[in-house]
Design a protein around this ligand. Structure first.
Ligand code: 0X9
Ligand code: ZN
Length: 419
């Protein structure tokens, strides 16, 4: 049989993933001044999936949105119609994407193979082989636990760090949102510091606390964001003509009650029902086995430098608000002392925006994990880099987040919340 040229092309395309480009995608920054403008922006966000909002709706802070080239005219019409003040923060998003593309960043070692470190962003394969090497090198401290398989068959893994029996635990989940590469870089850094740091406070922590760390909670999305669409957020499950569920809307605590969408094309699609994704089920099932020992639940995301805690679905305060605030403030103070980075601490619904079905809210509400947080790491709120953290900021980011976590455990102990 003779292959038609078009079939040959299709076959070739399926062998080499084609990377989407962001040439002339622009980041607009809007300064909203009244409720009417805010309402118009909410409608715009809900009715189309062409605009990618990088910040929360606000009348006091910039509202940043990424606009593709074919929508520029339509978007500027919209801004003019509602008399919205704006400026363009980034003229060409592709330039920022290139700055941190592992294929374009030199990170080969002497043998010409990829080295693993925190001066650039690592691929899923690099992260996994580094994790394998650490587990092999430290068999008395690290255990690899496979907690499930992603939709496309990738292993979802927990790395357990434990130096002795009967320790209370800290659970850390990272990179549930595919494009937030800074979060898995933080998770692997924490594993490395637990193993190698000589800092006294950290050693004391490592000797008395177990850590359960999921470096990449959404492997399919993460690989897709490396190989195809850099700014992909969700899982990769198909729902009709659109793809992906927001895993941070898919947990069963006030599911779909606020700040989530029932439209599969939306970036905050909550799924057809709670736990519709193998990735969220894996975390659900595993966390159920350690929840009673876990004192601190951390979900690492980017960006904006926030330390957020429940409740997400309502602005009402939870019955643990004072403790959550005091431990959160201790974390932010330690971060400030590290390199001056300014974190905003508060309940996610008040400080950021309403969300329901997030992982930390579920751990808090369903498993009664009293100290449960979302870290939104660097860059700072309103930064034009957004999800595309410059690689030279990975290490400073990692350092301050870990210092924040150490201080949070210390404060939790001081107020009797970490027994
Ligand atoms: O919207 C989210 O899921 C998080 N922000 S992100 O830019 N990383 O997507 C914030 C979630 C905070 N909400 C709760 N923890 N409840
Ligand atoms: Zn996120």
């Amino acid at each position: 049989m003779k292959l038609q040229p078009v079939i040959v092309l299709l076959l070739a395309a399926s062998c080499f993933a084609v990377k989407s480009r962001y040439d002339n995608y622009k980041l607009y920054s809007m300064q909203l001044q009244n409720e009417e403008q805010a309402k118009a922006v909410v409608e715009l966000e809900q009715n189309t999936d062409s605009y990618d909002f990088w910040s929360a709706l606000s009348l006091v802070r910039d509202v940043d949105v990424m606009v593709p080239p074919h929508k520029l005219a339509e978007f500027e019409d919209f801004l003019n119609r509602f008399n919205i003040q704006f400026h363009i923060k980034v003229e060409n998003i592709q330039k920022l994407v290139d700055q941190q593309d592992p294929e374009l960043t030199a990170h080969k070692n002497a043998e010409g193979t990829n080295a693993f470190d925190w001066t650039f962003f690592n691929t899923f394969a690099e992260i996994n082989s580094w994790l394998d090497s650490r587990v092999a090198a430290y068999p008395n401290l690290l255990t690899n636990i496979n907690i499930g398989t992603s939709l496309q068959g990738r292993q979802i893994r927990v790395i357990r760090y434990s130096s002795g029996p009967n320790h209370p635990a800290v659970f850390i989940e990272a990179n549930f949102h595919a494009r937030e590469w800074a979060s898995s870089a933080t998770a692997t850094w924490i594993i490395n510091e637990l193993l190698t740091s000589t800092d006294q406070q950290l050693r004391a922590l490592a000797n008395t606390v177990d850590f359960y760390i999921v470096p990449v909670a959404n492997p399919d999305g993460f690989v897709f964001s490396h190989e195809s669409t850099r700014l992909w957020r969700k899982t990769r499950q198909s729902w009709g003509s659109c793809i992906g569920t927001d895993p941070n809307r898919n947990f069963d605590f006030f599911w779909m009650s606020a700040g989530a969408s029932n439209n599969p094309c939306s970036d905050t699609y909550a799924g057809p029902n709670p736990f519709s994704e193998p990735e969220t089920r894996a975390i659900r099932d595993f966390y159920g086995t350690i929840a009673s020992r876990t004192r601190l639940f951390l979900s690492i995301h980017s960006f904006g430098q926030y330390l957020l805690f429940p409740l997400g679905h309502t602005t009402a305060q939870s019955n643990n608000h004072a403790n959550l605030l005091s431990v959160g403030n201790a974390g932010a103070a330690a971060i400030r002392e590290t390199a001056g980075a300014d974190y905003l601490v508060g309940s996610s619904s008040v400080v950021l925006y309403a969300t329901s079905g997030s992982t930390p809210d579920w751990a808090f509400g369903v498993h009664n994990t009293r100290l449960s947080y979302t870290f939104e790491v660097r860059p700072i709120r309103g930064s034009s880099n957004g999800f595309l953290l410059p690689p030279n900021q990975i290490i400073p980011n990692n350092r301050e987040v870990l210092n924040g976590i150490v201080a949070m455990v210390a404060q939790a102990r001081a107020i009797g919340q970490f027994e």
